[in-house]
Design a protein around this ligand. Structure first.
Ligand SMILES: C[S@@+](CC[C@H](N)C(=O)[O-])C[C@H]1O[C@@H](n2cnc3c(N)ncnc32)[C@H](O)[C@@H]1O
Length: 386
């Protein structure tokens, strides 16, 4: 029976206080070129301790790497934490793909950025329930950057056939690469287009506090290529530039021999621009929170699926699609007993009101509003077929 998983209590790294985190952040920015860091580098430091080479273990600094991130239990909710339905749908998508591919041997399910391990847990349970032959055949591999979250995943998934690998160890994949809310935590550059040109947000210090400054663009050629790809009209305003998302897509595509990449994330509403850097955590809404609580809050951005799609179209995929969450995952089963079970979960998940945009729509569909998925498909026969 599929059960709703309670997120494990994260193992917090002891011995690093808010004051120390802030003073380490001040040292970090002060030791950057000209005493500043780009917002991108500051975000990488806050989330993962990236770039830090002081006396502490860098993983103790980052919100994700230290285990301070409380996913599904305080800071923010994600689709796997809201309901097992998400994992069930992902399991069905994976099964369909496996069948379409002719049930190849050596099939792998790679999940990158697995948080508490909840999605893996639900996917494995559903595969055992509805596709036992695939559950038997498939290797489930998690690629996780946070050592603490990895330990939590290992505790939850103890006894199941899941392996953990570093990103570099993944290659020649025949199977499905899945990620949920991974791209929104990639560190981004923050640019401002003004009448006198483009400037980039930097973080500096007045000696005690972190302060914002603006400087010349750190990677002008890459930013120009990004704007070119997105068809940006360069009208005045702020821009979020997620170069890591494109680098990730190119690298992940090159590792996929045969199969699919599915990445799910939150996207801007039709009338919104990607210009938002949101903070989650108990004090996330306070002005200046991102500079007051380095390493203690999530910093995240919406994902620009239009640019991801355009970039994917340049790579060798036979299918490149962006789907709404509702179209891809939102339909209930036809089987009446499954409908009863699933409606029960929807009712429960709709009580988890932390995530404001979570609700069920109508009787037979559910939705995670604003979330979308990029679906890419590659076949090793493509060259011969094409
Ligand atoms: C917002 S959480 C989402 C967790 C989970 N997928 C969910 O939906 O609940 C982002 C996750 O991605 C991980 N992460 C961030 N960058 C990563 C990378 N480059 N490779 C692997 N994991 C990464 C974080 O440590 C965390 O587990």
């Amino acid at each position: 029976m599929t059960k709703i998983v309670q997120p494990p209590a994260n193992t917090l790294v002891e011995g690093i206080s808010s004051e120390e985190l802030k003073s380490v952040a001040v040292e970090f920015v002060a030791s950057g070129p000209d005493g500043v860091r780009t917002f991108r580098d500051y975000m990488g430091f806050c989330l993962y301790g990236e770039g830090y080479n002081g006396p502490r273990d860098p993983t103790e600094i980052g919100y994700y790497t230290s285990g301070r991130a409380r996913i599904g239990s305080g800071d923010f909710n994600t689709a796997p934490e809201l309901s097992p339905l998400f994992g069930i749908r992902v399991a069905h998508l994976i099964t369909n793909r496996w069948e379409q591919m002719g049930k190849p041997a050596g099939f792998q399910i790679i999940e990158q950025g697995a948080g508490n391990g909840t999605l893996a847990h639900h996917v494995m349970q559903e595969l055992h329930h509805s596709s036992p032959d695939l559950a038997e055949e498939a290797a489930y591999v998690i690629v996780e950057k946070s050592p603490v979250l990895k330990r939590n995943q290992q505790a939850l998934l103890d006894g199941s056939r899941v392996e953990w690998k570093d990103e570099e160890e993944v290659s020649d994949v025949t199977g499905v690469h899945i990620s949920n809310e991974l791209l929104d935590v990639f560190p981004v550059h923050y640019l401002r287009i003004g009448p006198d040109g483009i400037t980039e947000l930097q973080v500096g210090t007045d000696g005690q506090n972190l302060v914002e400054t603006w400087g010349n663009p750190s990677r002008p050629l890459e930013f120009a290529a990004y704007f070119d790809l997105s068809g940006d009209n360069l009208m005045p305003g702020d821009r979020i530039v997620n170069l890591q998302m494109l680098e990730w897509l190119a690298a992940t595509a090159s590792k996929l021999k045969d199969g699919s990449i599915i990445t799910v994330d939150y996207a801007p509403q039709p009338d919104q621009k990607i210009g938002l850097v949101a903070h989650y955590g108990p004090e996330g809404n306070k002005p200046g929170a991102r500079y007051e609580k380095p390493g203690e809050l999530d910093i995240t951005t919406q994902v620009d699926f239009a640019i991801l799609k355009k970039f994917a179209e340049r790579l060798e995929f036979e299918r490149v699609e962006v789907e709404t969450f509702r179209n891809l995952f939102g339909r209930l089963q036809n089987n009446p007993s499954d409908i009863a079970r699933e409606r029960d979960w929807i009712m429960r998940s709709s009580r988890l009101r932390c995530q404001m945009h979570s609700q069920h729509i109508g009787d037979y569909e559910w939705e995670f509003i604003g979330h979308k998925a990029l679906i890419l498909q590659k076949s090793s026969n493509q060259a011969q077929d094409g």
